[in-house]
Design a protein around this ligand. Structure first.
Ligand code: MG
Length: 378
């Protein structure tokens, strides 16, 4: 099928307020359109082929990589966000390709060692505007990836770049690139990824938390949402704990996604947005849970915060990782000669502190740990 036919199908089958690839505001460096892929499909492919995407495999989500092979990494988290996002987009007749591309890109700006790494870089860059992973994600796709002879970055469409910036509904974003409109709110496709991210990590963190033994089912029984899953499952899993856990997690994902789709559909029907611009211009946040489920979801987040993320074992790992990255940073700053040649090249046009921060932010957990050993323990 040719691109023009795919674009026609979008106009015929998607909702009037869905983003249409033929209507894209285009790319910063103009390129001819592709014969059989839409603009957003092409964005998605560029993201998957990027170096930053492959490195997600060795970046921490919650559990540091060496803790075990079956915990979520940034990569498997990203893939879960992408499939949840696509299901929601399809159900609401929104642009599935744009949503998928945004989901695959959404964590490209994450540092090694999860939020501990982000905190370390935020401290390091305190006098330089701080560090924020969505902004870093935009730096990765706009500047840091070098794959084309004619331009830096991946030259993604405006819609992708704007969606990355507004991945969080809070549009208060320091120092945005001058070509992106910051007075506009997020597209519905971007709002979906924001919610799918939350659904994916809440559910898989319960799963990984249970499998690690840091939390147990007894604790979860206090949560209304968990109790519903238990009642639905009854005795069906017998005493097979693995099947029981997977069944309850499956229920949890479906319960949250179904409410999000149904409630957002009701809100959109009542609001009747004219087109995609109507949503962005008027800051309409239409992708949300119903009142009761929003409260149950808040309860779940609070539970994870108190019982998993603040667990002594995880906090200890985070503290070590933070110290390691700060020491590694100082070591490069004192001896920039230790930077590899392709990074040193950037020192000609950029402040050393920013070049080193970009370099460290892009590292995987294991590469950062190996560099730390090599440079600070001679
Ligand atoms: Mg995420």
């Amino acid at each position: 099928m040719l691109r023009e036919q795919l674009e026609k199908i979008e106009f015929e089958s998607l909702a009037p307020y869905a983003a249409k690839s033929a209507d894209s505001r285009g790319r910063k460096y103009p390129e001819a359109r592709h014969p059989f892929r839409t603009e957003f499909q092409r964005d998605r492919d560029r993201i998957v082929h990027s170096t930053a995407f492959r490195r997600l495999q060795y970046k921490t989500q919650v559990f540091v990589n060496h803790e075990g092979d079956h915990y979520r990494t940034r990569l498997t988290h990203t893939i879960e966000v992408a499939i949840v996002s696509r299901s929601i987009a399809r159900a609401l007749r929104l642009n599935e390709d744009l949503t998928e591309a945004l989901a695959l890109a959404h964590d490209l700006g994450h540092t090694p060692f999860g939020h501990a790494g982000e905190e370390a870089l935020n401290e390091i860059l305190r006098d330089h505007g701080g560090f924020e992973h969505n902004r870093q994600c935009l730096r990765v796709v706009d500047l840091i990836e070098r794959r084309y002879p004619d331009f830096p970055g991946l030259n993604l469409t405006y819609e992708l770049r704007e969606g990355i910036l507004k991945h969080h509904s809070d549009s208060d974003f320091p120092d945005p690139p001058s070509d992106l409109r910051t007075d506009y709110g997020p597209s519905l496709e971007s709002q979906i990824v924001n919610m799918a991210d939350e659904i994916a990590y809440n559910c898989h963190d319960v799963d990984d938390g249970l499998s690690s033994g840091i939390i147990d089912e007894k604790q979860l029984e206090k949560l209304a949402v968990w109790e519903q899953g238990v009642a639905r499952l009854g005795g069906k899993a017998g005493d097979n704990q693995g099947v029981r856990r997977h069944s309850l997690i499956r229920f949890l994902i479906d319960y949250l996604v179904t409410d999000l789709v149904n409630n957002s559909c009701d809100i959109i029907t009542a609001e009747r947005p004219a087109d995609a611009d109507d949503i962005r211009k008027n800051h309409k946040l239409l992708i949300m849970f119903s009142g009761i489920i929003a409260e149950e979801n808040r309860e779940l987040k609070k539970f994870l915060n108190n019982n998993l993320y603040r667990n002594a074992r995880l906090l200890g790992m985070a503290e070590n990782a933070k110290k390691m990255l700060i020491n590694l940073f100082n070591s490069y700053l004192e001896n920039p000669g230790n930077l590899p040649p392709h990074i040193s090249l950037r020192l000609q046009d950029n402040a050393t502190i920013l070049v080193v921060a970009d370099y460290i932010a892009g590292m995987t957990d294991r590469f950062a740990a190996a560099e730390y050993e090599k440079l600070t323990k001679k």
